[in-house]
Design a protein around this ligand. Structure first.
Ligand code: C2O
Ligand code: CU
Ligand code: CU
Length: 466
């Protein structure tokens, strides 16, 4: 498909746009962040961040001698980092130079629904066309952006980037790093195999056969000094795989998640990072040597048994130094305390459509145009997420945050404001959602193939002005 016809297509996009964008401005200055290029603010006004983002095809080198035809934002994989401060207006001039339509979704941000990239609200941006996203950012946290049209293909092909909203009293680290924890499916020729429309790949989600670290199939390395303290912003943009992460050679603790910093940071041996979620961790290089971030993956050993193996994905060389150990001061954070006034349930099921094809369903419906619920503005709702069907599902709600009710089981011990939560197979998790952002919001499984097969619905939050 495509081939000649797309080559003939004239794109009405100025390829030089956004190349020389350095302007003087007195806005907030942001800490240096490592991991991908940072989008340059083209607007001198202190309360506006204005950038150009262009989706385009590009051949990307994923490893030595391995060039793969991907989709990128601004030619970069992962896409460039967008940074703003709480209260600033963000204007994104988005240009679509892909051979297919797309939108941009700002995963996790509480912004107006017509800016959220929902293709049921915003007409997808056609090849050669542009769209300007404009919104005010309200909550300091690590977010990410990605398309919301044919997500399973477009995200796997490389369309994603990090969006950092800084607070006014952010802790000061020696450095910040953006680490993507991804995987990709590559065939023997070094190409992305076709995206199947049916079983078995799409039934359980497309899992990769190679780990992909900030766009590289190799271990990504960097060097630091002993007693440096860093903030790592972790995101899992994979199609399906839940990542399990362990750090060797340094200490770390979780300081933030989807909706920002935590009231109480916590230590952990292992971070379980489902697709869509973010974790911010503080890493203290307390000794010289090598520090390794491992992705723990199930593999079959020579004896045919399934065992967990550690695959190094990021590596730091820590140089000995006389610097005194230091502690970074974290700001005080409080979470919403409002009690829920309503209880609802969302059931996750598998079924068949009238043609006998497998569908994944939320409350008995696949790809439903009827919203799951309509909530009043400001309503606080306790929602039971009940997984009746097979594997784990990372459930994601747009535009509004929730907290996870900790009932003492390991996977419910997830403090902080979230927009995505993993619901284990044949199990349930309860959340308390704070519906303070009016609009028509997508609610779906973030295993992109499950969303494609129907696990995709909406929740309406009434507008108090209407
Ligand atoms: Cu990460 Cu509906 O999105
Ligand atoms: Cu989202
Ligand atoms: Cu799912």
């Amino acid at each position: 498909c495509g081939g000649e016809s797309t080559e003939d297509k004239e794109l009405v996009i100025d390829t030089d746009a956004g190349t020389d964008t350095s302007v003087e401005h007195e806005g907030p200055t942001f800490p240096e962040v490592w991991g991908a290029p940072v989008l340059e603010d083209e607007n001198p006004a202190t309360d506006i961040v204005e950038v150009t983002l262009r989706a385009e095809e590009k051949t990307v080198t994923l490893a030595d001698g391995l060039d793969v035809d991907m989709y990128t934002y601004n030619g970069s994989f992962p896409g460039p980092i967008l940074q703003a401060q709480v209260g600033q207006t963000v204007i994104v001039h988005f240009e679509n130079a892909l051979p297919e339509e797309t939108t941009v979704h700002w995963h996790g941000l509480r912004i107006p629904d017509e800016m959220d990239g929902n293709p049921r609200i915003q007409n997808p941006v056609q090849p050669g066309e542009s769209f300007t996203y404009e919104f005010v950012v309200e909550d300091a946290a690590s977010y990410w952006y990605h398309p919301h049209v044919r997500e399973n293909e477009q995200i796997e092909k490389g369309l994603y980037g990090l969006f950092i909203v800084h607070g006014e009293d952010e802790p000061e680290f020696d450095r910040e790093r953006f680490l993507t924890i991804d995987d990709i499916l590559i065939d023997q020729n070094g190409d992305l195999p076709p995206f199947l429309q049916s079983h078995p790949e799409i039934m359980h989600g497309r899992s990769g056969n190679a780990l992909l670290n900030n766009g590289s199939l190799d271990v990504v390395s960097f060097s630091v000094d002993q007693n440096d303290v860093e903030r790592w912003r972790l995101v899992n943009p994979a199609n399906a795989r839940t990542m399990k992460l362990e750090l060797e050679g340094a200490s770390w603790r979780v300081i933030g998640t989807d909706g920002g910093l935590l009231p109480e940071p916590y230590e952990t041996d292992r971070i379980v990072l489902p697709v869509g979620q973010r974790f911010d961790v503080e890493v203290v290089y307390d000794q010289p040597g090598t520090v390794t971030l491992n992705s723990m993956v199930l593999v079959r050993n020579d004896a045919g048994e399934i065992v967990e193996e550690a695959f190094p994905i990021y590596e730091a060389e820590v140089a000995a130094s006389d610097a005194e150990p230091r502690t970074v001061e974290l700001p005080e954070v409080t979470l919403p305390t409002a009690e829920p006034t309503r209880s609802e349930t969302i059931e996750f099921d598998v079924g068949q459509d009238t043609f006998g094809n497998t569908v994944w369903m939320l409350n008995g419906k696949a790809h439903s145009n009827d919203p799951l619920f309509t909530f009043g503005y400001g309503e606080v709702v306790r929602i039971k997420l009940r997984n009746n069907a097979g594997p784990e599902h990372p459930f994601h709600l747009h535009g509004n945050f929730f907290t996870v009710v900790n009932d003492g089981r390991a996977w419910t011990n997830q403090p902080g404001l979230k927009d995505t939560v993993l619901v284990p197979g044949m199990d349930e998790v309860e959340i308390i959602a704070y519906f303070d952002n009016p609009g028509q919001w997508m609610a779906h499984c973030h295993i992109l193939e499950h969303a494609k097969l129907g696990m995709m619905s909406e929740i309406i939050v009434e507008d108090p002005a209407e």
